[in-house]
Design a protein around this ligand. Sequence first.
Ligand SMILES: N[C@@H](CCC(=O)N[C@@H](CS)C(=O)NCC(=O)O)C(=O)O
Length: 216
Amino acid sequence: MLLYDAARPNPRAVRMMLLEKGITVPARDVDVDGGENRRPDFVTCNPGGQVPVLVLDDGTWLAESGAIFQYLEEQFPYPPLIGRTPEQRAITRMWQRRVERRITEPLYAAFHYGPAVEMYRTRMVVLAECADGFKVLMQDGMAWLDALLAGATTVVPERFTVADIALFVALDFVSSIGWPMPSDLRHLQRWFRATAERPSARASLHPRSSQTGAHY
Ligand SMILES: N[C@@H](CCC(=O)N[C@@H](CS)C(=O)NCC(=O)O)C(=O)O
C-alpha cells in the first residue's frame, strides 16, 4: 500500500487511524498547494482530485477517507475503530455520517469558501457568499453535538471510533487557524481535550505543522 498524504486534515485522519492501529504504511506527500492533486494524471486515478488516497497493493486507488477507514478496519480489525459486530459497525457509521453532515462538511465548506477561497477558486465552484452561512451551520452542529456529549468522552458511547478521529482533526484544524470552539460548549471542549491527549493525536501532526502553526 502507499498513502498519498499531505499537510491537510483529512490525510491526518488516516494517519491518526494508522497510529491507533499500530500500522505503518509508506507515504508520499502530494503538493496540494501546487495543485499536484488536480493534475490530469492524478484526477484520472482519483476523479475527486483530493487527498488522501490509499493505493492498494493491486494498484487500485482508494479515495474518500470514510472508504479508507473502512478498508483499513477490514484489513486490520484490531483494535476496532469502527466496530466488532454488525451492530457496532452500523452505529459507528450512523455517528460518522451525523458528524459529517452536521459539522465537518459545513466546516470544510466554510473554510474553502472563506479563508481559502482564493486557492480553491481555480479548482472548484466556490460560493464565497455562502461561507458565513456554512460557518453558522457548523456552529449549530457543534452546539447540537455538545448537548449529546454530556458525560461522554467519545462520540459513539464508550468506544473510541473513526467518528472521533474525523471530528477531532477537523476541529483541531479550524481551531489552529483562528476559529476556536465556542467556550460555552463545555462537553465538546472536554471531548476535544480527551481526544487531544491520545498519543495518536500529537503523533499524527504533519511535520509542516511546526512551521506553519496549523494543525493538520
Ligand atoms: N471527502 C474527502 C475530502 C478530502 C478533502 O477535502 N481533501 C482536501 C484536504 S483535507 C484536499 O485534497 N484539498 C485540496 C484540493 O481540493 O485541491 C475525504 O473524506 O477524503
